[in-house]
Structures are given as structure tokens and as C-alpha cells.
Ligand binder design. Sequence first.
Ligand SMILES: C[S@@+](CC[C@H](N)C(=O)[O-])C[C@H]1O[C@@H](n2cnc3c(N)ncnc32)[C@H](O)[C@@H]1O
Length: 221
Amino acid sequence: MPKQRIVETNEGIQDVLTVEIYDQFSKNMRDKGWNNVDSFIMAGIVSGNVLEIGPGPGYAGLEWLKKSADSTLTGCEISGEMIKLAEKNAREYGFEARTNYIEANCMQIPFPDESFDAAFSNGSMHEWEDPVKVFNEISRILKPGGIFFISDMRRDVNPVIKWLIYFLTKPKQIRPGFITSLNASYTVDEMKSLIEHSALMGAEVIKDFFGISIRGKKTAL
Ligand SMILES: C[S@@+](CC[C@H](N)C(=O)[O-])C[C@H]1O[C@@H](n2cnc3c(N)ncnc32)[C@H](O)[C@@H]1O
């Protein structure tokens, strides 16, 4: 039985030092190809006007843009410090004109209904105060037929894998945060129940060796 969930924060990563350390970690994950970009594409998110939730330093979305010509990306990010970093990284990728990062809480995404062709998020869900509200928002801002893909860690991971990943996590300073994030993440059963109580009802909840992902398509009303 996994331990009870311990809420982390809904304030995001705000502090400048933490943001810099997180940037190094996220870059390492990008270099290993461990940020789920291929899963976004396999889910069918291949082009369009796309929303990324909790982009942090932005590498997942920026790598996706590299594989998706003519697309645009909007990042909804709660931390102003992360936005500065994502904007700097977008400039370095040469994607300034194709990206727009806005400081907002994804529980109230500041865009009209049916604004986006698709939405994705990686590694952010465990920080959302009320995931059901975010799922409802994702459904609201997607056009009919819009695809969504959300990935995160899961609390019911095998302890051997948990500690293996802990010791592989670099830089070392990120390791305590890795544990608090894992403790705040959801089990597969918890996630299935949350999805069924949201506007994303019917979405697939998929378990992999370390994480959890949710994928589906907004059906026309
Ligand atoms: C652990 S980081 C993941 C960053 C990035 N997606 C990655 O794959 O490395 C989680 C990000 O989600 C953001 N976040 C947390 N809660 C949020 C919310 N309610 N609305 C928008 N962004 C949020 C945090 O500020 C942080 O940048």
C-alpha cells in the first residue's frame, strides 16, 4: 500500500536559486529524452496552436516545437521566475516568435473556450491544488476533437525504482524535492477516480514503470 499523499504546493517553483537548479535537472532530463515529448506525438499532438501547462524551464514544449513545424506554443506557468527562464530558453532555441508564456494558475486558464488544438503537461500535476478543476479547464479551452496528454510521476511506483531514480537524479540538490514531489503525486487508482469526476471522463489513464499518463480527445458536445 503506498503511503498517504502529502500535498506539496500550488505555488510552483518560485525561488531564483531553486529555479536555476531545476533548469539543470530539466536539461539533463531533456538530454536523456525523458521528458515525454515522443509520447505527446504518439498521442497525436503533432501540430497546431498548443497549450503547455506548467512548462517550467520549457524544454519539453521547446523540443516538441522542434518536431512540429508551423505550430505555436502557449505556456501557462504559475512561477514568474520559471517564465523568465522559459523565455530565455525559447530565445536560445530560436523560437521566440512561436512561444508565449503567461503567468497564470492552470485552475483558471485565462483563455476563451475552444482556443487550442491540443494541450500537454509533464511533471506538473502533483503540484495542482485541485486536478479536477484543471481537467475541466483543459476540456473548456480545447476545440472539439482536441487531444490532451498529461504525464507525471506516480506514488505507487515500485520502491526499488523510486530509489534507483533518486540516485540517478542530478544535480544532487534536486533530490529532496524529488521525494516531496513523489509523495505529492497520485496513484493510478486515485487518478482514475479523479478523471471520472471531471470533464475528461473516459480518458485513458496509463501506468508505466515510473509514471502515469492521461490521454484522450475532447469529444464534440
Ligand atoms: C516540476 S516542474 C515541471 C516543469 C516541466 N514541465 C518539466 O517537465 O521539467 C512543475 C512546474 O509546474 C508549475 N506549476 C505548478 N502548479 C501550477 C499551476 N497551478 N498552474 C501553472 N503552473 C503550475 C511549477 O511552477 C513548475 O514550473
